[in-house]
Ligand binder design. Structure first.
Ligand SMILES: [Zn+2]
Length: 316
């Protein structure tokens, strides 16, 4: 009996320990993305091997393949037999026809699988000019790094709504990948709740990250402000036309513009232009790792919050 009692106490202690550890793990489970993996993606995609990722150049195809392989490894679903969405277009400035390819995968939502959040980042950059490689570390290997690590994270923590991961091509040639995605969407346009677009998110000397787009859909602002207060970075709102004081309007500055033009709410995450913007010096060594990891965490938290609370936010 005594032995049994001791045994029962031991079992109770083990159970209690499990609960304690479980609760501890839960409390310490601040959503975040691993710094080493984030930085490794940026370093790789902005290395000379990818030759600046100019649309239809070999380095761009290599970058597309890098992304596709990871989508496959993370178990993302695909809309067709492949993650690759090819398109072609004529560019008036270059007077040239281009072949581009978006890399698209998704994760099915557990509660509203027919409703989609599109997380996007363009992976192309401006390639080589006069034998100089424009590596585009901030623009926009940084966005692609967060796209990939968020895909990995959500593959292990399934979202309520379906999430489409869109690595767009030919942004630098006039938002052509996003344009094609919305012209031939893999899901009905009316089923897309929100676009969250990332373009240049890895450096700012004032530690400031902008969120653009909440001005068009004010229900998005309060939750992001709240999340911003807990973020080590300064989260600023603006650069959008409903804000009359802002002269520098970023509404049409990147791929989110194409969602906006279809009346789909968008949130664009990005930094002010810096001295290396669209210069061959936009290199991995110039990004700010701590800033980047914080920005990644904030974007992930925003996505998790909006996925969790979308219906109640819209109803308000
Ligand atoms: Zn860009």
């Amino acid at each position: 009996m005594a032995v049994r009692l001791n045994f029962a106490i031991m079992i109770a202690k083990i159970v209690a320990l499990f609960f304690f550890l479980g609760a501890g793990a839960f409390l310490s489970a601040q959503p975040g993305l691993p710094a080493d993996s984030l930085l490794a993606h940026v370093k790789e995609l902005s290395s000379d091997k990818y030759e600046g990722r100019g649309t239809q150049e070999p380095g761009n195809l290599l970058a597309g393949e890098y992304i596709r392989q990871r989508f496959e490894n993370f178990g993302l679903e695909r809309f067709d037999s492949t993650y690759v969405q090819p398109f072609s277009f004529f560019n008036r400035w270059q007077k040239q026809r281009y072949d581009g390819q978006n890399i698209i995968g998704y994760l099915r939502g557990t509660e509203s699988p027919e409703q989609y959040i599109v997380l996007s980042a363009h992976y192309d950059h401006i390639g080589k000019q006069d034998d100089e490689i424009y590596n585009g570390a901030d623009d926009n290997a940084s966005g692609v790094g967060v796209l990939l690590e968020t895909a990995r994270y959500l593959s292990q923590h399934p979202p309520r709504h379906s999430v489409i991961f869109a690595a767009f091509d030919a942004e630098e040639l006039g938002l052509r990948g996003a344009d094609h995605f919305l012209d031939e969407p893999p899901v009905p346009i009316g089923h897309i709740l929100l676009n969250m677009n990332m373009d240049m998110i890895s450096r700012n000397t004032r530690q400031e990250l902008y969120v653009v787009g909440a001005g068009y859909n004010p229900f998005l602002k309060a939750p992001l402000e709240k999340l911003g207060e807990a973020c080590a970075l300064t989260i600023s709102f603006g650069h959008e036309s409903p804000e009359p004081a802002q002269s520098d309007d970023w509404t049409l500055a990147s791929d989110h513009a194409k969602f906006h033009q279809k009346n789909i709410p968008f949130l664009y995450f990005g930094v002010e232009d810096h001295e290396d913007y669209h210069r061959p010096t936009d290199d991995f060594e110039r990004i700010m790792p701590a800033f980047y990891v914080q920005a990644a965490g904030f974007i992930l938290e925003s996505l998790l919050y909006l996925d969790e609370h979308w219906e109640s936010l819209v109803r308000r």
